[in-house]
Design a protein. Structure first.
Length: 167
């Protein structure tokens, strides 16, 4: 692949990945907390078992990604392959951040002292304080409002101070 095509393809992947945060925010706010609340409710009020009806939402993103891969490949690896790659990369990031890191559905990434990751966790906890579809906040995943960065930094400084007090 020549450098220009590589840059073009990489730009499509990165742009799609970034754009998916907006798509995820919109889907979360208006679909999951709207007409499709039936599938999302068990995510806010945890029920026994590993799987949730909410897990079905991965199809919202997996189907367009797969469609882009298939149709783009059939056309000789056109731009749709790279859009599908960006969607799939966002899906992987969402899985790792949301299901693994925040909700700890798998026993990986248990502890962190990374302010960004702590801010994500705090924003998501604020989102989950609402048990109904109304009055929600913090619908995004990877772009965190500044106030949660500030809270995370303050918490980290407090933790460091209490663990290592100056003498």
């Amino acid at each position: 692949m020549d450098p220009l095509n590589f840059l073009s393809s990489a730009s499509i992947v990165v742009g799609t990945f970034i754009g998916m945060e907006g798509v995820a925010w919109f889907a979360h706010k208006y679909l999951m907390h709207g007409t499709m609340w039936f599938f999302h409710a068990d995510h806010h009020v945890h029920e026994p078992g590993f799987f949730e009806k909410n897990d079905a939402f991965f199809l919202i993103f997996a189907i367009p990604s797969a469609w882009c891969f298939v149709t783009g490949s059939m056309a000789g690896s056109d731009f749709r392959v790279w859009i599908g790659t960006g969607i799939a990369a966002y899906g992987l990031a969402y899985f790792l951040v949301h299901d693994v890191f925040i909700h700890r559905r798998f026993k990986w990434f248990r502890r962190t002292e990374n302010i960004y990751l702590m801010a994500i966790r705090k924003a998501h906890k604020v989102h989950h304080k609402h048990l109904t579809k109304e009055e929600g906040e913090c619908f995004g995943m990877l772009f965190v409002p500044l106030k949660y960065w500030t809270d995370a930094k303050r918490s980290m400084e407090l933790k460091r101070h209490t663990n290592h007090p100056k003498q």
